[in-house]
Design a protein around this ligand. Structure first.
Ligand SMILES: [Zn+2]
Length: 167
């Protein structure tokens, strides 16, 4: 059971603006569901691309660029700087947006950024099993897991696309 963020009463399904949405049974507030923005960082460090091996789902055990959810109180590029520091211990300058990825059955929007390391040594944070530095042509080719969810498949396609210029 879901409850209204405005008044705490129960939400019920209703037709709102031509679409089934949850609406408060008391105050009428509509509980819109929106995808959450996630940043992904293509960090260049000593002529290599920094990737982490993921400790958490989706794609646990896979190599991926560092990234994560944007929090209120920070911009997307602030989130890039924070996530890279947390996940692989590097200080970075954010360059530019490389791509934006979204899919109807996935509840996030991924914004991929290019960034350059300004200092630090790659060191795996809590969300990473290890950190790797991959020169041009050596970024790992990874296949879709056997029991892949829609999110797994999509996320791997985003990783492959965002790192394509390094392969
Ligand atoms: Zn309400």
């Amino acid at each position: 059971m879901a409850y209204c963020r405005m008044c705490g009463s129960r939400l019920e399904w209703a037709e709102v603006d031509g679409r089934r949405r949850e609406r408060c049974s008391c105050c009428g507030a509509v509980a819109y569901r929106n995808p959450a923005p996630v940043c992904l960082a293509m960090v260049e460090h000593r002529n290599g691309l920094v990737m982490i091996r993921r400790r958490v789902d989706p794609l646990v055990g896979y190599w991926a660029p560092p990234g994560g959810y944007v929090e209120c109180g920070e911009s997307l590029s602030d989130a890039v700087v924070r996530e890279v520091a947390e996940e692989c211990g590097l200080v970075v300058a954010v360059d530019r947006v490389l791509g934006v990825y979204s899919q109807a059955d996935v509840n996030v929007v991924i914004v991929a950024y290019g960034a350059r390391s300004l200092g630090g040594e790659p060191l795996a944070g809590d969300d990473a099993l290890e950190v790797g530095l991959f020169g041009r042509g050596s970024v790992p080719r990874q296949t879709v897991p056997l029991a892949a969810s829609a999110l797994d498949r999509w996320f791997l396609s985003v990783i492959n696309d965002a790192t394509a210029t390094w392969r």
